[in-house]
Write a protein that binds this ligand. Structure first.
Ligand code: UDP
Length: 450
């Protein structure tokens, strides 16, 4: 009953970078509705909170608290690399997280009774242990990359001095992988180590200490052997379907992409986006543009403003009648539009989930982290897309992939496969849906009884 959670207080620690924040906030929004009397304290950097709590849309039982990002002083020079900020934040360790808890406890007048944290903030486990409260970890990357963290020794041994193309079995249920598939941080040793790489390498030992690991995906879609293997290593592994709250959707469509799509044939339009972090090198941007121009297909390209200057001279003008290059699109709605026939993606976990949920096949150009394993699984296990030849855009290689998916008979199988997955997602997302609904209940019970 609602009364039983009145004295409950969940501290939430997102990994306050990139799109890790959106899925954990969606989960917390859902939990806060299920337990309206429980307090949720969202403890993150000021920048992260300012971004995600800008609009006054949150239920009254979720409140943000800001802790330091670890950057030594304002205006401190940062190398042009996103990982540097991550290293600063992770270096602040458990003490910084404890300050957030202290603020939240004073403000709510309730002791923290449970911690939910992004798995990439494992110092929150130390905090949970010292408070003697359960630690629940949340896994936003591609679900199937989780097993890699249990096979680090094997990975290091196999890939220490191997050929670029040599492929090995690493973990049950996943396809054979080559050195390029592995998140490179897992291979760093000695001087190459960073706070972030050490954090990632620790996860195989840390995650089994979680009361539960919450997977942001669909159990029905992951390879059964993978699920079985990882589950055997954890206390509990709860797949909870990613639910998106409308308030967190970037619903605005300033460039009118959605209405423009209305005028196109079903499954004919190419959608290109590399997410919020990655910027492909200029020669690849040029190759993408040349292929789009030469192939003649209609397209929408979400391209960061600062990359537009790299486009070939006159490209936008010449393709104006059948193409749109815009800095931002409402991606989930766009993928859900009947005209979109293929998603050219970097394989960020959110993008992959959104593509599957809309039944759109993918052309993959993975860049780093979990994206390469994602591309492998998309191509080899799910068979719902292809990886770009040589993993680098060239004009002709890209045109071949486009023809395969949009035109050729072989592509039909790929399109059919992803439509089947879409159906599975729809079934899993129903209120009475298979495992997810009962997993969510289990999670609510965990919070309510701690
Ligand atoms: N996105 C969007 N419009 C854009 C580009 C991206 O709405 O023009 C959203 C997309 O729907 C997804 C997120 O940004 O939810 C990107 O997350 P993902 O995990 O795919 O990649 P990341 O940005 O973390 O690399």
């Amino acid at each position: 009953s609602s009364d039983s959670t009145t004295d409950k207080h969940v501290a939430v620690f997102p990994f306050p970078f990139g799109t890790h924040v959106v899925p954990i906030l969606n989960l917390v929004l859902r939990l806060s509705q299920a337990t309206p009397n429980c307090s949720f304290s969202f403890i993150a950097t000021h920048k992260c909170n300012a971004l995600h709590f800008a609009k006054p849309h949150n239920p009254s039982n979720i409140k943000p608290y800001s802790i330091t990002d670890g950057i030594p002083y304002e205006g401190h020079p940062l190398a042009n690399h996103p990982i540097e900020k991550v290293n600063f934040f992770l270096s602040t360790g458990p003490d910084n997280l404890r300050k957030g808890i202290q603020m939240a406890e004073e403000d709510t007048n309730k002791k923290v009774t449970c911690i939910i944290a992004d798995a990439f903030v494992p110092s929150s486990l130390v905090v949970a242990q010292s408070l003697n409260v359960p630690w629940i970890a949340f896994w936003p990357p591609m679900s199937c990359t989780l097993s890699l963290y249990f096979y680090i020794d094997l990975i290091r041994q196999k890939f220490a001095n191997c050929d670029e193309d040599a492929r090995f079995d690493i973990s049950p249920g996943l396809p054979k992988m080559c050195v390029q598939d592995i998140p490179q941080d897992l291979l760093f040793t000695g001087e190459k180590e960073t706070v972030f790489s050490r954090t990632l390498v620790s996860l195989g030992k840390v995650l089994p200490q979680a009361k539960a690991v919450v997977m942001n995906f669909f159990e029905e879609l992951d390879p059964p052997l993978f699920v079985k293997d990882v589950r055997s290593k954890l206390q509990s592994m709860l797949y909870v379907v990613p639910v998106r709250f409308p308030v967190l959707l970037s619903g605005a469509d300033p460039s009118g992409c959605l209405s423009w799509l209305d005028s196109n044939r079903s499954m004919s339009v190419i959608y290109v986006s590399f997410g919020t972090v990655v910027s492909p090198p200029p020669h690849e941007i040029v190759a993408v543009a040349e292929a789009l121009e030469e192939s003649g297909f209609p397209f929408v390209w979400s391209l960061k403003e600062n990359m537009m200057g790299v486009l070939p001279d006159g490209f936008v003008k010449r393709t104006l009648m059948r193409g749109k290059v815009v800095p931002w699109v409402p991606q989930t709605q766009l993928l859900g539009h009947d005209s979109v026939g293929v998603f050219v993606t970097h394989c960020g976990s959110n993008s992959v989930t959104e593509s599957i949920s809309s039944g759109v096949p993918m052309i993959c150009r993975p860049f780093y982290g979990d994206q390469m394993v994602g591309a492998r699984v998309i191509e080899d296990v799910w068979k719902i897309g292809v990886t770009i030849e040589g993993r680098v855009f060239t004009k002709n290689g890209f045109i071949r992939s486009l023809n395969l998916i949009l035109v050729q008979e072989d592509g039909k199988k790929i399109r059919d496969n992803v439509l089947k997955m879409k159906k599975t997602v729809e079934d899993a997302s129903r209120p009475e849906g298979l495992s997810s609904a009962s997993n969510f209940k289990t999670l609510v019970e965990l919070i309510s009884s701690s």
